[in-house]
Design a protein around this ligand. Structure first.
Ligand code: PEP
Ligand code: MG
Length: 569
């Protein structure tokens, strides 16, 4: 009998492989270790730090040569962490204390990791996994424990945590997937897996212990399920699905350079949502047409202070250039809500999603807002850029933003700085207030972009990150559809373009009715682009309009979803 263990989807897809447990304890090896005197242990430690550093550097070079830039960057950061005196000094002190280099290294890594894990900043908390990775790697070298050896059969790496370096050092063809007990989808292990499209399921918690080493496992990353010891029938079914998945990838590849065009010629722009400039470079392989949402707040996170104008300018310039002449929409910082910034010292709020966030902060903190606007305008000379303001609820806010923007333009002119003169200014429509007020707001903007992630949460009064109410969170709820339709119609009637950059844009069924409503741009995480494009290319605008008319008469989100599945296929 097989066993199904449920987790959370981190990277979608299906695969089959042999489980390799990776978080084995080193206790046995430590017990068998024969330490020398203090000086000898310090000497061994120094030698192994140098050896590991050389090994990491060699790996980084190989990754760069293979075009795996994201992985290389993470491993390069490991090299810096390894050499950081706050770690090496502690490891040396502990070695003097314990006269046992591997034990000292594990303790130093644990202490450093605990300090990081207790920090307010999520980014720093997640670095604790990296330092544990380095400690374990170093301890294994000191103990002479061999690294993971992978045979011919593809493996599924499995552990409460899986060290980023282990994933990084196994070639694609031998790595079927990753399964973790911990739940983060933004830790370095997941980022590396994502950069290589390795199917990953996280958040199994202590059920991870129920998966035996060496077992065969199916990873259903579309459902977030690990099937341990599958029956022959299950294995055959999934092998068939894997074959279909391969065929689909080939079809998607062939779509890359084709337009998102309906069978009767109506087109939409399919753009990418990005967090950092490198995401814009990575999006190219999915055939994106520019960037519809650059979440600039990522530049503000994981730091002790706000990024300088120059640092922002460099990043915006990179993203704009990666758009190859297509529009790059940069959203001004959307801090607050689920993205706190410790250095802003915002007091704890009971309802952060209804609190001090996004444009509310920007308008009060010109010391942060002006450098951001200056950086965007200056970077704008390298391509086509637009500024987009999040969380607008009233016309005063966009007027306020315009006033600061005018001031910034004047200052740049006085300083004789080169900057783009034709930058569009738009807002996110992500509050019901903004959607209702679009007939007024439209006078002050060049475009609207509908942010359904927040629009759904605020319209339906459903916290977007609370799993207990997640079944109520539905972008097809008729109230949401009406607000979206109103926004698109208002924009079009006034000659302004309307896009969508919330998750709904990546739903192929939604894409069809949004096009029928008259949307001009759908922006999404880049890997979703081919799936949406394929659906768009399978239908005509006449059919889409017919479906839209019927859908707008339905009474619940469930009815809408059912209708679309049945009629669009
Ligand atoms: C949205 O709210 O739909 C959106 C795109 O913004 P974020 O998910 O960053 O809040
Ligand atoms: Mg939002």
């Amino acid at each position: 009998m097989s066993e199904n263990i449920r987790g959370n989807i981190a990277i979608e897809g299906i695969s089959i492989g042999k489980i390799v447990k990776v978080d084995q304890s080193l206790d046995e090896y430590i017990a068998a270790y024969v330490p020398g005197g203090v000086d000898e242990e310090l000497g061994r430690l120094e030698q192994m730090i140098d050896a590991l550093s050389a090994e990491i550097d060699e790996g980084v070079e190989a990754m760069r040569e293979a075009g795996q830039e994201e992985q290389a960057e993470i491993m390069e950061a490991h090299s810096f962490l390894l050499m950081d005196p706050s770690f090496t000094d502690l490891a040396n002190d502990k070695t003097r204390e314990l006269s046992n280099a591997p034990m000292a290294v594990l303790e130093a890594a644990k202490e450093t990791a605990n300090i990081l894990a207790a920090m307010d900043d999520e980014y720093m908390r997640e670095r604790s996994q990296d330092i544990r990775d380095i400690g374990n790697r170093l301890a294994r070298m000191l103990l002479g424990v061999k690294g993971l050896e992978v045979g011919d059969e593809p493996v599924v790496l499995c552990g409460y945590e899986v060290e980023p370096s282990i994933i990084a050092n196994i070639p694609d063809e031998k790595l079927a997937g990753v399964v973790m007990g911990q739940g983060s989808t933004t830790c370095h292990a997941v980022i590396i897996a994502k950069s290589r499209a390795i199917i990953t399921i996280v958040g199994l918690a202590d059920r991870i212990d129920d998966i035996p080493d060496g077992a065969t496992a199916i990873l259903d990353g579309n459902e977030g399920v690990v099937i341990v010891d599958p029956t022959p029938q299950e294995q055959a079914d999934y092998e068939q699905r894997i074959a279909e998945q391969r065929a689909q990838l080939l079809r998607y590849d062939a779509l890359r350079d084709l337009p998102a065009e309906m069978t009767d010629g109506v087109c939409v722009r399919l753009a990418a949502n990005i967090g950092l400039p490198k995401d814009a470079q990575a999006a190219v392989k999915y055939g994106n047409q520019g960037v519809g949402l650059f979440r600039s707040e990522f530049l503000f996170m994981g730091r002790d202070s706000a990024p300088s104008e120059e640092l922002q300018y460099d990043n915006y310039k990179k993203a704009i250039m990666a758009c190859n002449g297509e529009l790059c929409v940069i959203r001004t910082m959307d801090i607050g809500g689920d993205k706190p910034l410790p250095y802003l010292h915002i007091p704890k709020e009971d309802n952060p999603f209804l609190g001090y966030r996004a444009v509310r902060i920007s308008l009060e903190r010109e010391d942060l807002f002006k450098p951001q606007l200056r950086a965007i305008l200056r970077a704008g000379v390298y391509g086509k850029v637009a500024i987009m303001v999040p969380m607008i609820t009233s016309v005063d806010e966009i007027k306020g933003v315009r006033a600061v923007l005018d001031k910034v333009r004047e200052e740049l002119t006085t300083e004789g700085m080169d900057f783009a003169k034709d930058v569009q200014l738009g807002i996110m429509v992500e509050t019901p207030a903004a959607a209702v007020m679009t007939p007024v707001l439209v006078k002050y903007v060049d475009f609207f972009s509908i942010g359904t992630n927040d629009l759904v949460q605020y319209t339906l009064a459903v916290d977007r990150i609370n799993p207990q109410v997640s079944t109520l969170y539905d972008h097809f709820h008729p109230a949401v559809l009406q607000l979206i339709q109103r926004t698109i119609k208002t924009g079009r009637d006034n000659g302004k373009w309307v896009g969508m950059c919330g998750e709904m844009a990546s739903d192929p069924y939604a894409a069809i009715i949004l096009m029928a409503m008259g949307i001009s741009e759908l922006s999404m995480s880049a890997p979703a682009i081919p799936r949406v494009k394929e659906k768009i290319r399978s239908i005509s605008m006449a059919e889409a309009k017919d479906h839209l008319a019927k859908v707008m008469l339905l009474e619940t989100g469930a009815e809408v979803r059912e209708y679309l599945k049945e009629h669009i296929g």
